[in-house]
Design a protein around this ligand. Structure first.
Ligand code: ADP
Length: 327
């Protein structure tokens, strides 16, 4: 706990963008103002903190943004913030305005930066998990995941139509460099035959056998969903299948950045609003270095160092579901 009462707070979005960040910014600004705080928007994440790109916000500054993707504050990655010199510059810009509390909406990298900063300059920092990857412990949801999954589902449904029309095998790559949640959720929701994710070792033999067996059963549509961080990428898997099953018309589709954009879903707007509201409450209660998460539909605070290190586990039953339902 931090003893000093916060009076002026800054909010920033940092690292990878995620749909729903705007809803969180709106919640932070309006909750802060409700409590009589001065609220400052810090543009381009830690870069803007270093470059003094900081603007005082009012309720109207965040009007009409709850439904918008991206982030009105912009986001960035900052090399300078890794260095003490950069962080000192950032601190001076906060100090001259009297900003004495921060809300950081971002991923685990942004939280690592926040921990250091808070420790060095005694500024309470509260994290809000904003990442489409959902790979942060201490929360069932991260802002942007639900929208990204729904975007992937919509796209894969369309691919299924053309796969069906031509009897093709489609290998669809979705985002997730370290985590396979987008692949797992969108794969199950679209009835994919196989889902390949970084959390599980990909067994090529098993994959080829299952495709051969499905061919025998004249399965109409074959979809494989691959997370970008899987040990084999979509193209490599396609090469193997083309060699081993040359009779199969195999196509690759990489969904890419469309998964980051778009209007946030109801769920993302809702969790972003709740997390934004509670982040300000946290600062007012004198908390420091915690991430506001939602576990079992209740607000849950996790120390930033725990939110950084741990990852959510994917249990075996998920893989069983994929196997049984795709039979
Ligand atoms: P994300 O928050 O989406 O995981 P990054 O890992 O790129 O994104 O982190 C965002 C920014 O946070 C980095 O560009 C850097 O400015 C800051 N940051 C990350 N790790 C550290 C660290 N160990 N020390 C200081 N700053 C860090």
């Amino acid at each position: 706990m931090c003893a000093k009462q916060v009076t002026k707070i800054g909010v920033l979005t940092s690292g990878g963008d995620a749909p729903g960040m705007n809803a969180a910014v709106r919640a932070v600004v309006r909750t802060g103002i409700y409590h009589g705080l001065e609220v400052f928007g810090i543009y381009r994440g830690y870069s803007g903190m270093i470059d003094d790109d900081i603007v005082q916000m009012n309720s109207r500054s965040v009007a009409n943004i709850i439904q918008r993707g991206g982030t009105i504050l912009k986001t960035a990655r900052s090399k300078e913030f890794f260095e003490l010199e950069g962080r000192e510059k950032a601190y001076k810009n906060l100090a001259k305005r009297g900003i004495n509390g921060l809300v950081i909406i971002g991923g685990d990298g942004s939280f690592r930066g926040a921990q250091k900063f808070s420790h060095e300059f005694d500024i309470p920092c509260i994290g809000i998990p904003g990442t489409i990857d959902k790979d942060i412990a201490g929360t069932d949801f991260t802002i942007g995941f639900d929208t990204a999954v729904n975007t992937a589902v919509e796209a894969i449904d369309k691919i299924r139509d053309t796969a069906d029309a031509h009897d093709r095998l489609f290998i669809v790559e979705v985002m997730g460099r370290d985590a396979g949640y987008i692949a797992l959720h969108s794969g199950i929701a679209t009835g994919a035959e196989n889902i390949l994710i970084p959390e599980a070792k990909t067994n090529i033999e098993e994959l080829v056998n299952s495709l051969t067996e499905k061919e025998k059963r004249q399965k109409l549509v074959n979809l494989i969903v691959v997370a970008e961080g899987d040990e084999f990428g979509a193209n490599e898997i396609a090469d193997v299948i083309r060699k081993r099953l040359p009779q199969t018309d195999t196509r690759v589709c990489i969904l890419g950045h469309i998964q980051r954009g778009g209007s946030p879903t109801c769920l993302d707007r809702l969790i972003a609003s709740r997390m934004g509201y509670h982040s300000v409450e946290c600062l007012l209660e004198g908390r420091n270095n915690v991430m506001v998460g939602i576990l079992n539909n209740k607000v849950h605070y996790t120390p930033l160092d725990k939110a950084v290190k741990a990852k959510q586990k994917i249990t075996d039953d998920w893989f069983k579901i994929v196997k049984i339902l795709a039979s």
